[in-house]
Design a protein around this ligand. Sequence first.
Ligand code: GLN
Length: 484
Amino acid sequence: MDWHKLPLTEQLAKLKAGEVSSVELTKALLSFIEEKDQKIKAFIKVTKEEALKQAEEADERRRKGDNAPLLGVPLAIKDNICIKGVETTCASKMLENFVPPFDATVITKLKEAGAVFLGKTNLDEFAMGSSTENSAFFPTHNPWDVERVPGGSSGGSAAAVAAGFCAGALGSDTGGSIRQPASFCGVVGLKPTYGRVSRYGLVAFASSLDQIGPITRTVKDTALILQVIAGKDPMDSTSVPKEVPNYLEELNMNISGAKIGVPEEYFGEGLSDEVREKIEDALKVFEKLGCQIKKVSLPHTPYAVAAYYIIAPAEASSNLARYDGVKYGLRVEGKDLIDMYKKTRSQGFGPEVKRRIMIGTYALSAGYYDAYYKKASQVRTLISQDFANAFEEVDFIVGPAAPTPAFKIGERISDPLQMYLSDIYTISVNLAGIVALSLPCGFTSQGLPVGMQIMGPHFSETKVLALGHKFEEETKFYEKYPEV
Ligand code: GLN
């Protein structure tokens, strides 16, 4: 049995039917990882023993009649989400030996649902980047072409799902870090509404933008994981006390007649011809499904990247102030306290993280606040209003997830601006706090996956997932698998 090719819901069906035990499935995937991950390098750490123990427990629970929603299914977790007792490195030397004494809320929920954790996946250091090349340990390779990046920052999670090391993973998305790697790796990724999923136990990058979400092979699987992790959490005051709908049940809701907006600003300069073609093909599929396509405008899109690169670094510079060598993480001794701080931070952080801390600190300095942070916040409001205006006319907005397919390893790493532009279509969504789903919509002539983004208003996950599900049922791109 090619377990690595099965979507999560199908693995689950076989577990339920007793055709396979969680221990058997977990072992099969662990040995597949052992064989193939030398090439892909999706995992920072594979937690073999813990996984087998969890799998045994899951089988035991099933024997006792437990029918928890993810019982026995192996998943991978981005290494900026805390699992009690397992190193959480954020792909940084700063946290290389940090072992969290607690579970993130999403982890607690996944454990209750019966999931098994295969390990922690690679990322750009502290989730800052778009290629996973900023990991302090090693880059991850794209399963469709190992000379290319898997995207970032959740590149390890996206590559793990694409390669079939697991059928589902968690990522985090601050400016596109779930959707852009999902697009580069030909898998599905969801950035939920800000506040839909608890951030407790996610190592903070930019707190007003960060959100945890699923990465899977199918939209249905994303709905299943979201169902488990969504909801109000007393440990995160920004999580919203709004009832969690039944995403799975609503997946087949009627979407015929839905109005889809296509923003002209997402089809301008910098968009590759092949990506444009695939998105245009996808729009034809939606028309066939009975949707109406309408042009819309999001006029402040050109300012999104600039605003994000003030707001995100400003928040990061403050969040990362805690890494001072005192309470946890790396400590490099110095001749006095200040010298210890300096040495610890100089040696603990990589170049991109330092760049962000410097930009953020500068932007927040006395005298510059009005010119930078305040201005960027005003732009953020305008971007939110653009979406609100568009959503008065349409139910969804559809466009590319990224301007190009996966680029080559090394191609953009020395040019930060070029790298920042890979998130041009994803960043506005975080600034506005709305929902966006990235899903495969075709392959280039070189066989590289292309991702499409479906955006919806706050808390419209149900409808966005239903539209994505209809599209995947019609196109079945998820059936294509990269032979790793
Ligand atoms: N690539 C963007 C950045 O570098 C977004 C990262 C993310 O979403 N975590 O900030």
